[in-house]
Design a protein around this ligand. Structure first.
Ligand SMILES: NC(=O)c1ccc[n+]([C@@H]2O[C@H](COP(=O)([O-])OP(=O)(O)OC[C@H]3O[C@@H](n4cnc5c(N)ncnc54)[C@H](OP(=O)(O)O)[C@@H]3O)[C@@H](O)[C@H]2O)c1
Length: 309
């Protein structure tokens, strides 16, 4: 188990966390525990709860602890780092809470998908926004209560200037988040999306965990991975379909995508950010992705195996 780091980094940062949910709440608590000043940005009820109770984390990896954080409904001062950890479906509304004039350091979006980076850069500037991906399984069970289930919390931050990103990586690392700096942002974002999209689309469409998909829909799984890895290659990402399938084979049979968990809970799906982004990228490159197109359309119509009969 990884407990609190022994020493705080040289100088504490002021960090805003937009969307203190499964991902944001975990990182807010870890950064606060590491000695940074953390301001969570959320709706009124959540902000009040977090200001009063802090964030309680339950984690085999990071330990069980409660971290004090500040919380507000909007950012009112400059920060060194702003984590963007809302779901894509809430992004536009949430960004109203972060006026660009207060973003003087890094903006680190950890959403799944690829297209949010351009939207954030248009608002906050190209240099400020550092594309990144996170590998973690973390759930907000109620406001300020986080269950972290994965034995890892890993972030890849992407950018050609590794020296500029080094302090950011050091702050995250010292808080217990294993952080790598990678040069190629397209490779980083598409590696995640090409892997995630088939898992999300198929498990949600058929309301089955990965084991059920492997058993009942192996041809669709293989075909969809072929489509998404081909799009990834066209976009400058990795594209080894066999490698992606081998990773799915290693998943425990009961593994569910977060899109399936959202569907089961009746929450909005990140369908456009995940499936829609694959279709738009395919379109830009003149590629046919018939299976992805069908699944996105069916899910957009609200179809699931249960409701489609
Ligand atoms: N969770 C994971 O393990 C995981 C792993 C890898 C990647 N991701 C990606 O990370 C992103 C975040 O996922 P998540 O699971 O952390 O989502 P989540 O648990 O639903 O958290 C999102 C947070 O955003 C807040 N929010 C919604 N609208 C807001 C607004 N207008 N202003 C401020 N805050 C707002 C929500 O607050 P309320 O609850 O009060 O609505 C919630 O706390 C997604 O793109 C997801 O695909 C998640």
């Amino acid at each position: 188990m990884d407990t609190a780091p022994d020493t705080a980094p040289v100088s504490p940062w002021t960090v805003a966390v937009l969307g203190p949910g499964g991902v944001g709440g975990l990182l807010a608590a870890l950064l606060s525990r590491a000695g940074h000043r953390v301001i969570c940005l959320a709706g009124e009820d959540t902000a009040r709860t977090l200001s009063r109770d802090g964030i309680r984390v339950s984690s085999g990896r990071h330990g069980d602890f409660t971290a004090r954080v500040e919380a507000d409904t909007e950012l009112r001062e400059p920060v060194d780092l702003c984590l963007v950890t809302v779901k894509h479906t809430a992004l536009d509304a949430a960004l109203e809470r972060v006026p660009p004039r207060f973003v003087r350091g890094f903006v680190l979006p950890l959403l799944n998908g690829v297209e949010h980076v351009a939207a954030l850069r248009a608002r906050y500037g190209t240099e400020q926004v550092v594309p990144a991906v996170i590998r973690v399984e973390s759930t907000r069970t109620s406001a300020g209560v986080i269950e972290h289930g994965s034995p890892f919390t890993e972030i890849d931050v992407a950018g050609a200037d590794a020296d500029r990103l080094a302090p950011l990586a050091a702050v995250l690392d010292a808080a217990g988040v294993k952080t790598r700096t990678v040069a190629d942002e397209n490779a980083a974002l598409w590696a995640k999306l090409a892997f995630l999209a088939p898992f999300a689309l198929l498990t949600t469409r058929y309301r089955l965990p990965i084991g059920g998909i492997r058993e009942e829909y192996p041809k669709e799984l293989a075909a969809l991975v072929e489509e998404t890895t081909a799009v990834s290659r066209a976009c400058g990402g990795p594209g080894d379909a066999a490698q992606v399938l081998a990773r799915y084979d290693a998943f425990p049979a009961q593994s569910k995508s977060s899109m399936l968990r959202d569907a089961e809970a009746g929450r909005p799906l990140e369908l456009d950010a995940i499936g829609g982004a694959v279709l738009r990228a395919a379109g830009r490159h003149g590629m046919d992705v018939p299976l992805a197109t069908r699944l996105v359309a069916e899910l957009g119509d609200g179809a699931t195996a249960a409701s489609a009969g």
